[in-house]
Design a protein around this ligand. Structure first.
Ligand SMILES: [Fe+2]
Length: 465
């Protein structure tokens, strides 16, 4: 390196464990091609239901979304529907959402069942632990073995305050085995103590994997989100596979290596405040961003008497915001001593195979899940949660979110997410046009490679996968 070369993130950043920048990532050419049919073919979608979704753990909800006995949440995936239910004993169970009489869906959405789950068709009812309780006009049936007519239960587990289910009572591998290192990496964030402050679902006209893949690489940032380049380093983002899962670490409040040393600290401060103003949340497309208030406060904090943005003597934007984040959470009374310094500022983003992405910051988890459409490989549903550590009990109550469903594009989910969701149907349209046999991946897309290698275990390519 010559004296005049700019110092890059790579020169000073110490990533945890074996995380690597793309330059240092080995890549086998065999793994770089993914058949386009995986995104567009109805037969492949069906095989995913049969071979993947019926044989993997699913992240279904947060424990705090079913806090009281009788609280339920219905989790739909394709044609299947599961009832997640808190019992009188405090345990969370999950059942096929179907009456044992003639199959009727028992519940929809979320709510509280009271002391029993009652079928709306003929009013058969079940205890909260799934046992058959009452059969209307039982004497008109041939003798029923009640033990064989309980709700059909599936396996559940939990991690970091999230509830998982396996769509069978006897999973071939435990949730712990499935998650591997993920629980230990999530534990220091203490998300089990956090409040869900946004809970939104919205369809998107693209395959669920197109959505996953857009969120696990940084290669498109310079094209689709160029305004972010002043405040994060997309080039020196670090990647690490975690078995089927993976994570990346995005250095934040520094600038992209693509910009060289063109961005000064005050310009970076300006860009960082602008990024905060974009925020994430639901609003009408022309409504003021929820983040603008925060950004306004930041702008006032760093403006001097002459109306100029300034930083405290000698500090970098990164130093200032690392300290602010840590102090803010300490003041709220949370013990986040298990987090490394970088975790107070940098996005540590997890891909939980197959369909969940968690953007983890100290005190905030921006959670995305992408569920496939039952029959159309070109459609999916986005479930977006914001999960925040809030100390004040009054504020915790006030900010707890109700679930909201929207039509595609009906509301904004924040500018960066909108840039992706507005754009990804164009990706799907290009894939579906039929003139491309495979997509081609680079080292910067190594997490997509990792994702498809994991998929291969469920859907081997030599069987049309
Ligand atoms: Fe994006």
């Amino acid at each position: 390196m010559s004296e005049n070369d700019p110092v890059t993130t790579r020169d000073w950043y110490t990533p945890p464990r074996g995380a690597k920048t793309p330059r240092d990532t080995p890549l086998d050419p065999v793994d770089t091609r993914v058949p386009t049919s995986r995104y567009t073919d109805s037969g492949f979608l069906e095989r995913e239901f049969e071979l993947l979704w019926s044989r993997t753990w699913h992240l279904v909800c947060r424990e705090s979304q079913v806090p009281e006995a009788g609280d339920y949440l219905v989790y739909d995936l394709g044609k299947r529907s599961f009832l997640v239910l808190r019992g009188g004993d405090g345990a969370i169970r999950a059942f096929h959402n179907s009456c044992r009489h003639r199959g009727t869906r028992l519940c929809s959405g979320r709510g509280n069942t009271g002391r029993r789950v009652t079928c709306p068709y003929h009013r058969w009812s079940y205890d909260l632990d799934g046992r058959l309780r009452e059969v209307t006009d039982r004497d008109t049936f041939c003798p029923l073995d009640d033990a064989a007519y309980g709700l059909s239960e599936v396996a559940v587990g939990s991690c970091a305050g999230f509830v998982f289910l396996y769509p069978d009572a006897h999973p071939p591998e435990s949730l712990d085995a499935f998650l591997g290192e993920v629980p230990a990496l999530l534990a220091p964030y203490r998300f089990e103590e956090a409040v869900t402050t946004l809970d939104v679902s919205m369809p998107c006209s693209a395959n669920w994997k197109v959505l996953v893949e857009a969120f696990v690489e940084m290669y498109h940032v310079h094209a689709v989100h160029p305004e972010l380049l002043s405040t994060l380093d997309d080039v020196n983002t670090y990647f690490e596979g975690l078995g089927r899962h993976s994570w990346m670490i995005v250095p934040t409040a520094v600038s992209s290596e693509r910009l060289g040393d063109r961005v000064g600290e005050i310009e970076r401060l300006e860009a960082f405040i602008a990024m905060m103003a974009q925020g994430v949340g639901v609003r009408s497309r022309d409504h003021r961003s929820a983040g603008e208030e925060t950004a306004g406060a930041l702008r006032r904090k760093f403006t001097n008497g002459a109306g100029e943005l300034v930083l405290p003597g000698g500090s970098s934007v990164r130093d200032v915001f690392l300290e602010m984040a840590r102090k803010g959470l300490e003041d709220k009374g949370f013990d986040l001593s298990g987090l490394r310094e970088e975790q107070f500022l940098d996005n540590h983003q997890f891909h939980l195979f197959p369909n969940v992405v968690m953007n983890c910051y100290a005190g905030l988890n921006m959670f995305l899940r992408f569920r496939p459409h039952a029959t159309d490989p070109g459609q999916c549903t986005i479930d977006l949660l914001l999960i925040e550590l809030i100390g004040d009990p009054e504020e915790r109550r006030a900010r707890r979110a109700q679930h909201e469903d929207y039509a595609e594009g009906e509301v904004s989910l924040g500018e960066v997410v909108d840039q992706d969701t507005d754009f990804l149907p164009e990706v799907q349209a290009g894939l579906a046009a039929g003139d491309l046999e495979h997509v081609t991946l680079s080292k910067q897309e190594i997490r997509i490679v990792n994702f498809h290698k994991a998929l291969d275990r469920y859907l081997p390519r030599d069987t049309g996968g």
